[in-house]
Design a protein around this ligand. Sequence first.
Ligand code: SF4
Ligand code: ZN
Ligand code: ZN
Length: 314
Amino acid sequence: MICDNCKTREAVILQPHTGRKLCKECFIEDIRKRVEMEARKQEIVNSNKILLAVSGGKDSLVLADTLSQFIHPSRLIAFNINEGIKGYNRNEYVKKLEEYLKDLGIELIKSGFKEEVGFSLDEMLEASLKKKLNVSACTFCGGFRRKLINEAGIKVAADYVATGHNLDDEVQTIVINLIRGDLLRLIRFGDKPLMVSSKFVMRVKPLRKIYEWETTMYAHLKGFEFQETECPYISQKPTLRAKVRDLLYKLEEKKPGTLLRILEQFDEISEKIKKEYRLTNELPNCVICGEPTTPGRMICKNCELLIRSGLMPQ
Ligand code: SF4
Ligand code: ZN
Ligand code: ZN
């Protein structure tokens, strides 16, 4: 089987959404070009500094590797958070991540919930259980991760924070927001996110048009070693996302390219809505920590969670 692109090397991959058979080199090149195209569309290529939120998983490695092909590594800086989850030791992979980043010439900043928030994720969860709060680990985790990443972005004066979300993640989130009817969240989402607070460093997702199977394949073909074990709290992930994911996989299997088409259509629609949507006011700031919070709320979700868990005085 010969590669449909170079017509010389042996093909090792079938790309269902294009119907092409590709060799290793042409596949890697295809991903890099598509990431670059998306990064240009998101207008991040000429920025002074981009903070890369990296976990040590495959997507974060692909993010760093692809971006460093067309953005000088001195303008990229990586940021990793240790959430403090017992039995989910990321140290080994963070060490590997650090080595890969060093080879690419990208500096890594390490941070953690314990150092920055005062409590590890396990401690937050334990306290919330004692207070009989019905809050999942992922709710704590997601909220505080967003906060720390944003703070790090401000600290290093980053123009953008880039995350490793792939096409599968992106379309799942669009469908979930549609189901929930959350218009503000939905239109904030597109390829050029709507800024709702000057305290937010703009978040971008250069891998948003790359399928998850493609990031996995890229990482394997490049020989990256990455964390494949699941977080012990994974079962607490919202079940709606799992249902939406399964449904989308079935659609994609029947008609390859479906996810890409949903995302492209969504980007077009959200662009039109954004032009008409005027934000009269910035988001209000939390009276405790100063972070932006939802309209009508004096205290942000993170501070509220700590108060209700008895970890912060009222
Ligand atoms: Fe955090 Fe939930 Fe992901 Fe575990 S599964 S790392 S708790 S968001
Ligand atoms: Zn080829
Ligand atoms: Zn707060």
